[in-house]
Write a protein that binds this ligand. Structure first.
Ligand code: ADP
Ligand code: MG
Length: 304
């Protein structure tokens, strides 16, 4: 009986400790913009989405201003094969023709976007799903990729079709939503000055929005624990120069290249810091924001 009481007391103390540890972090981020990219791969299972939504709602409840940008590569691929639309790939990059861009927009702005909105709504907050087209949020320009395998001295530009990069960000629509305590959920589709629809890499879109919003944190949720060194060990902190070296030395390859570049660009463009971390671990967002050392890789400016 006595022991039980002690046990209960110990549990209370542990809980109180936890609360006092987290309070300074809640204060630090009160009214601060946190942009979270929820990757297509991190979205793989239904429980990842609902646990992500719960965390986002909690961030808002403790006073942060969360903004969600999502990917959807795997979901687009599934729908294209269901509809038997064949797509061409150049150097692993999908060529997006006019038939494909319709499917891209349908899947991203429709199914994927609304599934996240639904999950956040179920978790108890108001989410509003928009794409980069709404309120002129993202004006896109066509991406021309330079062919690195071209053997001539003249660089060859590869046309990937309706794939764009953000040219201009108009934050008015996001600001209006967060002022009303609503959570913007953004599909990475933008409109060009030519009035056409462009698919934008979700990492790139997240970076541009984070910089324009001068976010306190840009968090990239993916399917690895963060940036790994040559031995496969997590690197907890990186300066811009260190991050650039990792790309140059090919320690970072594949999908991690645009992700890390985006982190660098966002920090250089005005975001305070960027984080790359695993989105499949339950409540990883809370651990990252509410503990001193975080759980992923944080990228900051060189001199702080
Ligand atoms: P997302 O859908 O979240 O954008 P990507 O597949 O595009 O995910 O990018 C993450 C992937 O990058 C990881 O799963 C991993 O295979 C790859 N990667 C390449 N180099 C590294 C590295 N040095 N550290 C961590 N991941 C790396
Ligand atoms: Mg990717």
């Amino acid at each position: 009986m006595n022991k039980n009481k002690e046990q209960i007391q110990a549990e209370w103390l542990k809980k109180a400790d936890l609360l006092t540890e987290t309070l300074p972090f809640m204060k630090r981020y009160a009214n601060k913009v946190i942009v979270v990219k929820f990757g297509g791969n991190a979205m793989g299972k239904k429980e990842y989405v609902s646990s992500f939504a719960e965390d986002i709602v909690l961030l808002q409840q403790v006073g942060m201003l969360p903004i969600v940008v999502h990917g959807g590569g795997p979901q687009i691929g599934e729908m294209l094969s269901k509809l038997k639309i064949k797509t061409e790939f150049i150097d692993g990059l999908r060529v997006t023709d006019s038939e494909t861009i319709d499917v891209v927009e349908m899947v991203l702005s429709g199914v994927t976007n609304k599934s996240i909105v639904t999950a956040i709504s179920n978790a108890g907050a108001k989410a509003v799903g928009i794409s980069g087209k709404d309120g002129n949020l993202i004006t896109a320009k066509r991406l021309m990729k330079i062919d690195e395998n071209s053997d001539s001295n003249v660089e060859r530009a590869i046309d990937l079709g309706f794939v764009g990069v953000p040219k201009k960000i108009d934050t008015q629509v996001i600001k209006a939503l967060i002022n009303e305590k609503m959570i913007p959920v953004i599909a990475p589709v933008g409109m060009g000055e030519d009035g056409l629809t462009y698919n934008i890499n979700a990492d790139t879109a997240t970076g541009a929005i984070s910089a324009a919003m001068k976010a306190s944190r840009m968090i990239m949720l993916t399917d690895v624990s963060g940036v790994l060194d040559e031995k496969g060990k997590l690197i907890p902190e990186l300066t811009i120069n260190e991050a650039l070296d990792l790309i140059k030395n090919k320690v970072v390859v594949g999908g991690m290249i645009p992700k890390l570049r985006t982190c660098i660009d966002a920090v250089e463009g005005g975001a305070e810091a960027s984080v790359i971390m695993d989105g499949r671990m339950p409540h990883s967002l809370l651990l990252e924001l509410f503990t001193e050392h975080g759980v992923g890789t944080i990228i900051r400016k060189n001199d702080n």
